[in-house]
Design a protein. Structure first.
Length: 117
């Protein structure tokens, strides 16, 4: 059996690694503000302009993720199905907009033909 001194050294070394390692990483890692201050002014301006949109996109993503997680299907299948549904809705909306534009063109042509006669 190892001596008491060796056991104490090993416990001390383990504690130093388990506690000191993460503490050192936390100490050396820069905060978000420090990173932001390192950006050049152009990047800071662009970052501030797009911050709200990025936050909104992230919130939407998290909300969708929570919704898909509640589904009985795996999250990947649920997301794929959701994307397919969204794409179908976009296609339907584009088709309706194209039909409306075509209808307006026909109406303008009809009015021009009546006005020109």
């Amino acid at each position: 059996m190892p001596r008491i001194g060796t056991t104490v050294k090993m416990v001390g070394a383990g504690a130093l690694l388990c506690i000191g390692g993460p503490a050192l990483v936390q100490y050396l890692r820069p905060t978000e503000e420090e990173l932001f201050q390192r950006f050049n002014p152009e990047l800071q301006k662009r970052n501030l302009e797009t911050r709200d949109q990025r936050q909104k996109d992230f919130d939407t993503f998290v909300t969708q993720l929570k919704t898909h997680a509640k589904s009985d299907k795996s999250i990947w299948h649920a997301m794929k199905q959701s994307e397919a549904t969204n794409q179908t809705q976009v296609d339907i909306r584009r088709k309706a907009e194209a039909e409306e534009a075509e209808r307006q063109k026909e109406q303008i042509r009809k009015e021009l033909a009546e006005g020109g006669s």
